[in-house]
Design a binder for this molecule. Structure first.
Ligand code: AOF
Ligand code: ZN
Length: 374
């Protein structure tokens, strides 16, 4: 099984993740601080676009954490700088800096972190993930090493978490589009609504809370006009303290009335674009890292067929809807099971009385919806 970019939101899966097996390759003195740095980074998730969330801790010779920092927002200090600023002048000399992302070497909105690390005289840097940004990629490591700093590229479960954390950022860098999480919630027989269109309350309160946590962690929620017209969702974060993501309404024929609940405030944008690829181009232009598509059957099929779904979150509730109900993905039919699109399971979780299966295939294999040749 792989790892979700939003794995931190999931209740622990049973049985315990098999990735813990490789933690042994990492010296324990770097593994625990890297986990702490990752926890720091999570504080910025959903708030940093177009930058990645990044966390940092600085440790003493005996492994004690003496400073922490995370990147809060684009334009503000990078994680390493925040952690260094938390120390008295000169206190970082000879210490180990543990950071979830390779320190930067470029002049962006802020000066290069590598320069500051060298000025401070740190002796060791532990890096959770290499920066996929071509302006930085590998150069942070190279420059630190060239200056005599001991650089450790982490391995094992915590390094994997650091990579998963920046999967949305890596997607923007490599594919010039946001990372797409597609969510659907069905009955046991795969239906999202009864034949009369009744759909509220299929999944329980725990699933609803998890979806709100996911909304808090992404930069935008995307829905189609069909869903707004059928369900009139608010698409806000109500079950936990958090912030509401941008609501993106795909409405080519201007069918959604202004009285819909999605227009409750102006944190909303309506796109009338024809193709999924144009929609993603526009969201990328706005600098979004990750979007959650809360799609009805047609939009779900369109995203899957466009091969742009990075994770498919499928909630299944313990109830039956029957033959005439609406299927979750409107993609036609297959005659032979061998031709059916089959997904890779990333992880599974129990969410209250519901089940959640996250499909994808690790970080880069996407769950596509092409009918296989028989
Ligand atoms: C780090 N630490 O905390 C972050 C990094 O425009 P800037 O100056 O904010 O630079 C943004 C780029 O820096 C971003 O694209 C990514 O490559 C890197 N982000 N690097 O050393 C951090 N957020
Ligand atoms: Zn930096």
């Amino acid at each position: 099984m792989g790892i979700s970019a939003f794995a931190h939101l999931l209740p622990p899966a049973a049985p315990a993740s098999s990735t813990s097996g490789c933690a042994g390759v990492l010296d324990i003195s770097t593994a625990a601080p890297l986990h702490e740095a990752w926890r720091e980074a999570l504080k910025g998730i959903g708030r940093t676009h177009p930058n990645p969330p990044v966390g940092c801790v600085i440790v003493d010779d005996d492994g004690t954490i003496i400073a922490r920092g995370f990147h809060e927002k684009a334009g503000e200090r990078h994680a390493e700088i925040k952690a260094l600023d938390a120390l008295a002048p000169g206190a970082a000399r000879g210490k180990t800096v543990v950071v979830t992302l390779e320190p930067c070497t470029h002049h962006g909105r802020t000066p290069p972190c590598v320069d500051r690390l060298l000025d401070e005289g740190v002796s060791r840097v532990v890096v959770g993930a290499i920066d996929p940004n071509p302006r930085v990629h590998q150069q942070g490591v190279r420059r630190l090493r060239a200056a005599g700093v001991d650089v450790v590229i982490a391995e094992g479960a915590d390094a994997l978490r650091c990579q998963a954390l920046i999967a949305p950022f890596a997607t923007t860098q490599q594919l010039a589009r946001p990372y797409v999480v597609l969510k659907t919630a069905t009955s046991l027989d795969g239906k999202v609504a009864t034949r009369t269109g009744s759909s509220r309350g299929i999944t329980g309160p725990a699933s609803r809370a998890l979806v709100h946590a996911l909304r808090d962690a992404v930069d935008a929620v995307v829905v189609g006009a069909d869903t707004v017209l059928a369900d009139d969702p608010a698409l806000t974060v109500r079950d936990l303290p958090g912030r509401d993501p941008l609501r993106v309404i795909l409405d080519r024929h201007a069918r959604v009335p202004r009285s819909a609940r999605v227009f409750a405030d102006d944190n909303v944008c309506v796109l009338g674009l024809a193709s999924i690829s144009d929609v993603l181009k526009e969201l990328h232009r706005r600098g979004l890292l990750a979007v959650l598509v809360e799609a009805g059957p047609r939009l779900a099929a369109a995203f899957l067929q466009a091969d742009v779904v990075d994770e498919l979150w499928w909630f299944h509730a313990p109830l039956l809807v029957g033959n005439d109900g609406l299927s979750a993905v409107d993609f036609g039919q297959v005659d032979h099971i061998q031709q059916a699109p089959r997904f890779d399971v990333v992880t599974r979780a129990e969410v209250g009385n519901d089940g959640l299966t996250v499909l994808g295939g690790g970080l880069w294999q996407r769950p596509t919806l092409s009918v296989r040749a028989g």
